[in-house]
Design a protein around this ligand. Sequence first.
Ligand code: GLC
Ligand code: CA
Length: 563
Amino acid sequence: MTDPIQPLRNGNWFRSAVFYEIPVRSFFDSNGDGIGDLPGVTAKLDYLADLGVGAVWLLPYYPSPWRDEGYDVADHYAIHPQLGTIGDLDRLVEEAHRRGIRVLGDYVMNHVSTDHPWFQEARRDRSSPFRSWFLWSDTGTEFSRARVIFRDSEGSNWSWDPVAGQYFFHRFTATQADLNYDTPAVRAEMLNVARFWLGHGLDGYRCDAVPYLVKREGTRCQSLPEVHRYFRELRALLDREFPGTVLVAEANQSIPETVPYFGDGREFQMVMHFPLMPNLFLALGEEDPRRVRHVLRATLPAPGATSWAYFLRNHDEVTGEQLSDDEREMLLWFYGRHPRAVLNGGLRRRLAPMLDGDDRRIEMMTALLLGLPGAPFLYYGDEIGMGDRPDLPDRDGVRTPMQWSDGPTAGFSTAPDDRLVRPLVTEPRFGPAARSVEGETGRPGSLLERCRTLLRVRNARAEAFSSPLFEALETPGAPVLAFVRPGASEHVLCLYNFASTVADVQVRVPAWSAPNPTDLLDRGIALHVVDGALGCRLDPFGFAWVGFPPVPTDPGAATRDPG
Ligand code: GLC
Ligand code: CA
């Protein structure tokens, strides 16, 4: 049999694929124990392929006490027995590749669960070789400039370990001990971990909590030069041993601290655009897209053969860390009305409830995500507008079982409701009776069908949508974000109305040559070209993708037969 994986690894595949994030435990339960698993993901690959997904990102599937959704890894070389076996993962990867879908794992390299045998050995014995794999202190006062990330649950980055008789360092919860990257054996071991799963056919990793690997007294202990050095080494390993695989950085930092993770093409192929994400929601609340335009202009294009990765929602809170205090307050004012919405200064809410179940805004934001120059990451369930459970602890409320149908357990499992990994959404507007894959499939105008259309049109125009080129256009007086995605054979003009009122917009498209622009989404939008400017009227929160042929610019192209 020909290896289905080779064509999938060619070129810059990551620039055209639509990604889909899956917390495995919450997606689909294949064996009736109430917990989603790897065979469950495999069983739903046809759904993802139909939706137009080109790559999935699996949240951690490793053995873990699940005190932080598997980000507390207890063994990096195995699969949690509740989620399946390595054979199940191999099958998932093979079946995904057969459908043209790539698979990313989650590389959790900053810390391990305190249950991990490495930590258990280290704490018991000062002379153990594993002692130096972690960071210890007699006083717990070092690295005081390192901010506490989970500030609602952790008072300090140091916790006393009575067995060790010392404090140990943890940048996240006190059940996740940070590894010591100054110890060469740690670096070597974690490179081996990366090798291991790529050896099972994964197409790359989303890399967790990237900035914090290395700590230095007197610094904020983030994004230090040694961190970049480690990821350059990892990237070189991928290029050498697993060509075509990719790394995506989770680095929730300011623009100047985030951009260097592209490392001039020698570190991450993709970097999550944390500075942009909360600004998308703010701009929508303000009904004014200018702040989005500013951030995009400041961060585009991504250097060389790299790509920004965009997302609206993920398995964490909507973080306000990259906003000013005033902006954060505004974000919470717009979207944080639920008494339990706010966590660690951000919002533990899903897309649909944040936008009050308003499909116009959900669809517009999704179309924006899909139109931006870079890789879009969808969060499971947002395509059906499913809801959340802010009453659950921590971020569990945005990780409830996927709503496949309005039957028992929302079609997630054959187990009784009280055995599910998490309770189902109960709010009627967002629960399975109102929002489910089965209920929305084939129903004209449903959010799912609208999302499917968006992905189909985008995938059919992969050439323009995967181009790193981008040109933001002025829209004087209109609350409309406008930009062009130039392609060799077709340009796409993207227009988004951020206002709750009708917007008449005029944009002057550079080198406009098109007497006949096309409304790619067939939304019945009348397009007028007057004096080289394109004019149209957008509904409240309306949007349009307009295709038009590029002007031949080089003299050779001008003389080539256009047909
Ligand atoms: C990342 C993950 C988050 C986790 C943390 C610690 O931010 O996205 O879910 O809690 O790292 O691993
Ligand atoms: Ca199961």
